[in-house]
Design a protein. Structure first.
Length: 332
């Protein structure tokens, strides 16, 4: 059905209003419905066409929906929203500074879409200033190299699940990949070119990166694949399969990022390591370890898949303190 036909049906009350599904089971906000076909088109275009990342779509959907409900409660229309109203709304939120910045970003982009489709004349969120917020160091709990080695050594590898878990954690450590990227690996993504094995990751933002597999990770992966009886597996089948209950065996389905998160927590507890760590903790440990060895920041940035070196620096947990030598160098 053409968009014009679909929005006409919705406007007349005979069609579905759940354009943004699965953003909200309640469908399109009334403020958008009341604004007409152009507003419906812009709403659909923004949430189902422009925003391709599902996590961003969900987060922006919640922020925009909450704001529009607030405006609706005031008895106003889209065209009556002013920068002052947006600013007052942000001031009234009991969110953290990062959450307020996300809300403002969502509103700016959403109203940009409305301006583009001539629903409103100007973007009321464009000139609103967000709270100043600067991150000096990331908040991800770190794991020390000694703890990581202990964790790998304490995993019982008598079962296929144990071999899988050791291979997953080693992949997190020795590639600095995100848990989501590890969960998305397929059998074809682990391959050899005749000289070495490599893993090809599908990262955030549609990026694809190939990372060489070091010798111990190669052994862990090959041991796991042998135990998983993967000789007849299709290239597109998942590299890391989910566990079949408590049997110690594996299913044909993939692990999810949540599965990896839970597995890391469970293995940490079993190894006597604080279970506050997460899969992301291994990225922190790897980045810090390489920078401590004097590896150039640009090389570490590429391994971590960061677009900006400032993001990589947030992962650097080397001790930061003012030394006596530093203050002695003040030439006053």
């Amino acid at each position: 059905m053409e968009m014009t036909e679909q929005t006409a049906l919705i406007a007349s009350g005979t069609g579905s209003t759940d354009l943004a599904s699965p953003l909200s089971a309640k469908g399109v906000p009334k403020l958008v419905l009341n604004a007409g076909t152009a507003a419906l088109f812009a709403y659909d275009e923004f949430f189902r066409g422009t925003l391709r990342n599902p996590h961003t779509r969900t987060a922006y959907g919640r922020a925009v929906t909450a704001f529009l409900r607030h405006v609706e409660a005031l008895g106003l229309s889209l065209a009556q929203i002013t920068p002052g109203m947006v600013g007052a709304y942000l001031d009234g939120l009991s969110f953290s500074a990062p959450s307020k910045k996300l809300t403002l970003a969502a509103l700016r982009r959403f109203f940009d879409a409305l301006v583009l489709r001539h629903v409103v004349m100007l973007n009321p969120a464009a000139t609103v200033r967000g709270e100043r917020y600067e991150v000096i160091e990331g908040k991800t709990p770190e794991i020390t190299p000694e703890q990581a080695r202990t964790l790998l050594g304490r995993i019982d590898t008598a079962t296929a699940v144990g071999l899988r878990d050791r291979a997953v954690i080693a992949t997190l450590i020795y590639t600095a990949a995100r848990a989501g990227a590890v969960a998305k690996l397929h059998r074809k993504d682990f391959s050899a070119d005749g000289t070495q094995y490599a893993l090809r990751f599908a990262e955030k933002g549609g990026k694809s990166r190939e990372i060489p597999v070091r010798h111990d990770l190669e052994r862990y992966l090959l041991d796991y694949l042998t135990a998983a009886d993967s000789s007849g597996a299709a290239p597109a089948s998942p590299l890391y399969c989910s566990a079949a209950g408590r049997t110690g065996g594996l299913t044909e389905g993939p692990m999810t990022g949540t599965d990896i998160w839970r597995m890391v927590k469970r293995r940490a507890r079993d190894a006597g390591i604080p279970d506050r760590i997460s899969p992301h903790s291994f990225r922190v440990a790897t980045v810090t370890d390489l920078l401590s060895q004097g590896v150039p920041l640009g090389d570490v940035q590429y391994l971590a898949g960061h677009a900006d070196p400032r993001t990589t620096r947030l992962y650097d947990r080397r001790p930061k303190k003012v030394t006596r030598n530093l203050v002695e160098r003040i030439s006053i």
